[in-house]
Design a protein around this ligand. Structure first.
Ligand code: G
Ligand code: G
Ligand code: MN
Length: 506
């Protein structure tokens, strides 16, 4: 920040410096005076709510100034502060009431709902009283501006106090109700120099709090970068797809392959393979951004629906590649990730049928990896979809198994060929405990239902040995190999014919 420099460069004497300081202090006093007058104006307007303008600027239920008034006040006020050479810190606390509040709106009539809202607003108002400015920009949202350069500790305490007050039980004649809230905090000037940025950053912090299910989050730059990054990526993705579709995709995305190995024997120097297949993983290299984490890519592609064309392209190229490889390795199989949106898309099985025809692939050499949570979203539809995919001949692999709702009944319903034990279980291998129990039951269930089990995320020899001892034979993880390029995968296959695969350094 350049605050300290403003106004000082022409000063040569102590007297001049003193004058300037007095002047700056006066400026500040004038501003604080403005805030005070705003506060009393707000108090005043509440008393004279009849006027038309106050109807536009104040919420009719709570009597608090609304988003329009907030816009009117904060723009000019922050601008005044912005011009100061050494402005105090101004924090905005954005408070959002939880789902329970929305449920109240759906349950009660307007009169009861309004009285609940009024009770909450009165509690907040009582606490904020004279400490700062309080607005009511949306039905379920309040914002508080505090002007005293408060420390994070102070802010935490204030937010906590407000949240406790909101949360105390509302006794509404025949109903008792408890409403929670989340708070996002951003501070001027560090987190934003104007109203728009400051408020949007408080909103980003609030959304972060809601996403992480925590009470309170202070804004930081990473959160904004994430949000902006998502939009940028969307933009980039959309432009990539606009022109000459297939070619562009091939230029921007590549397929990587991570070996999945069924092990006959573990030796000191490495493992003796019985069978090798691979999981296809998408990689995106953008000249301006470097390689982009597939997780972010998949997330954005899911959100925008771009996963459909990208997924189609990926299925096609993966199967084309496999057909080529099978000339030398006829037994080779590939596992391909399918995202929920792809899976539930009504054309999915027809699309796959078309790809089978055009590539000439034998579908029984392809595993479609579907996550457990995806199936849970719409179970009826999922059963139907799995049926039609199996009828074409594809195999089904349940990915990230054990992180969702896994139960025996569930496995009877969804006919899968493979269960992939999620890598969150690797640390449970070493010692007895709940995770180990889950692993052994998954192995048992797999055996009973005739499914193959793949243990994911194996990173150390100890983990591999332990899982092997528990009866698992097929593994994937950095110890066996990282996701590698096409050429590297073929080299890996060739070398593995020697019958011993060395462990990788992790
Ligand atoms: O590949 P890792 O390499 O970092 O992948 C991160 C996440 O992205 C994993 O959950 C993986 O399943 C998913 N993923 C990777 N490639 C694909 C793909 O081609 N399609 C889909 N739907 N998900 C993928
Ligand atoms: O969700 P899915 O199971 O498809 O995830 C595959 C992801 O797991 C890819 O991102 C891949 O890079 C990653 N992965 C594969 N092996 C390991 C491992 O041993 N350790 C860790 N941390 N990640 C792994
Ligand atoms: Mn997977």
């Amino acid at each position: 920040m350049e605050w300290n420099k403003i106004g000082f460069e022409n000063i040569t004497t102590i007297e001049e410096a003193k004058d300037l300081i007095v002047e700056l202090m006066n400026e500040r006093t004038v501003l604080l005076e403005k805030i005070r007058s705003l506060m009393s104006q707000l108090e005043q307007s509440e008393r004279t709510k009849q006027s038309i303008s106050s109807k536009l600027l104040f919420d009719s239920t709570t009597g608090l100034p609304n988003h329009r008034k907030m816009d009117m006040d904060m723009g000019p006020l922050l601008w005044e502060f912005f011009k100061l050479s050494n402005p105090p810190k101004i924090s905005v606390l954005l408070i959002r009431l939880d789902d329970n509040f929305r449920h109240c709106r759906q349950t009660f009539n307007t009169e009861v709902f309004n009285s609940i809202l009024y009770t909450i607003s009165a509690r907040i108002r009582e606490l904020v009283h004279q400490r700062g400015l309080l607005y009511h920009p949306r039905t379920d949202e309040f914002s508080i501006f505090l002007f005293d350069s408060l420390s994070e500790e102070d802010l935490k305490e204030i937010a906590r106090e407000i949240q406790i007050n909101i949360e105390s039980v509302i006794d509404n004649q025949s109903y008792k109700i408890k409403i929670g809230s989340s708070v996002g905090i951003a501070t001027f000037p560090d987190d934003g120099l104007n109203k728009r940025i400051l408020l949007s950053n408080a909103d980003i912090a609030l959304n972060n709090a809601l996403y992480r299910k925590v009470d309170l989050v202070f804004f930081n730059e990473d959160m904004r970068n994430y949000v902006v990054g998502n939009i940028e990526m969307q933009n980039k993705l959309l432009s990539v797809m606009e022109v000459n579709f297939g070619k562009q995709l091939a230029e921007n995305f590549t397929l990587f392959f991570q070996p999945i190995i069924t092990i006959a024997e573990i030796r000191d120097e490495g493992m003796v393979p019985e069978k090798i297949k691979a999981e296809v993983l998408i990689r995106w290299y953008d000249p301006n951004r470097g390689s982009i984490l597939p997780q972010n890519l998949i997330e954005v592609a899911e959100e925008t629906g771009l996963i459909l064309p990208i997924g189609r392209w990926l299925l096609e190229s993966a199967m084309e590649t496999l057909v080529g490889w099978q000339e030398s390795y006829p037994e080779l199989e590939l596992s391909i990730n399918i995202s929920p949106r792809q899976f539930f898309n009504s054309n999915f099985s027809e699309e796959l049928m078309r790809i089978v025809e055009t590539t000439g692939i034998d579908p029984t050499s392809v595993y479609l990896e579907i996550t457990e949570t995806c199936l849970f979203d719409d179970q009826e539809k999922a059963v139907e979809e799995i049926d039609s995919l199996s009828r074409i001949g594809f195999k089904i692999s349940l990915d990230d198994f054990g992180t969702g709702y896994s139960s025996l009944g569930y496995l009877n319903k969804f006919k899968a060929d493979v269960l992939k034990i999620d890598r969150i279980f690797t640390d449970g291998l070493q010692h007895e405990g709940k995770k180990r129990d889950v692993i052994t039951s998954i192995l048992r269930i797999g055996k009973e239902l005739g499914m193959d089990i793949v243990f994911e995320g194996i990173e150390s020899k100890q983990q591999l040995e332990k899982a092997f001892e528990l009866g698992c034979r097929t593994f994937q993880g950095f110890l066996l190999n990282k996701p590698i390029s096409k050429d590297d995968f073929i080299t890996f296959l060739e070398k593995s014919q020697d019958n011993l695969i060395p462990f990788q350094d992790v």
